[in-house]
Design a protein around this ligand. Structure first.
Ligand SMILES: [Cu+2]
Length: 229
């Protein structure tokens, strides 16, 4: 999760998020270089009195300042498109989890199992265990095995919601009557926190998402205990 006053992204927990962080850094490099260059030009223009009153046109410099920005834009657009298609790819997932948004909680269905489904409500502040995160903890974690491609099917029961998990690089709208699909592979075990990211009503802030990535063994044990209860 994010720490106090964090400005950057959370650490990546999936390959796609890793790629997104790289793209962000790449784009920021371009932004900083252009900003520095512009700042330099502005200072030059303010501090010099030189003006070219006789210059009517300059074909070469005009060609350069047209072609160069175009090339820079392509250099940002191509990696961006690559990740866009990468995020869209769902090949042979090991597990499918269906998340349904409700006012105001999430419910999860593990469609590979016959009867594995549960609701995840936010833990109220007064019930929090010491050290637990306020407004982020839920009563039932969505458990997934690490290093297994997982398919998320996302929908909503009543109004628009959005299933978002920053460290996995996921933010998918939950739309009533529509089943959205996305995929992720958790590369390390841990608890990953997210929140509903579509203003969905008065308790919008109180329907967090907790994904618990565990080993395959722990996942199997968890699914067995969930099936028994
Ligand atoms: Cu919501």
């Amino acid at each position: 999760m994010a720490h106090q006053a964090q400005l950057g992204f959370q650490d990546a927990a999936s390959p796609v998020m890793e790629e997104l962080l790289h793209l962000h850094d790449h784009a920021m490099m371009v932004v900083f270089l252009i900003s520095a260059f512009i700042l330099y030009i502005i200072t030059l223009m303010i501090t010099t009195t030189l003006t070219h009153t006789g210059t009517m046109d300059a074909q070469l410099v005009e060609t350069v300042w047209t072609i160069l920005p175009a090339i820079i834009l392509v250099l940002i657009a191509l990696p961006s498109l690559r990740i866009l298609y990468l995020m869209d790819e769902v090949n042979n997932p090991h597990l499918t989890v269906k998340a349904v948004g409700h006012q105001w909680y999430w419910s999860y269905e593990y469609t590979d199992y016959e009867d594995l489904m549960f609701d995840a409500y936010m833990t109220p502040t007064q019930d929090l265990a010491p050290g637990a995160l306020r407004l982020l903890e839920v009563d039932h974690h969505m458990v997934v095995p690490t290093n297994s491609p997982t398919r998320m099917l996302i929908s909503a029961e009543d109004v628009l919601h959005s299933w978002a998990l920053p460290s996995l690089g996921i933010k998918t709208d939950a739309v009533p009557g529509r089943l959205n699909q996305t995929t992720f592979t958790a590369t390390r075990p841990g608890l990953f926190y997210g929140q509903c990211s579509e203003i969905c009503g008065s308790n919008h802030s109180f329907m967090p998402i907790v994904v618990e990535a565990s080993t395959t063994n722990d996942f199997e044990n968890w699914s067995l205990t969930m099936l028994q209860t």
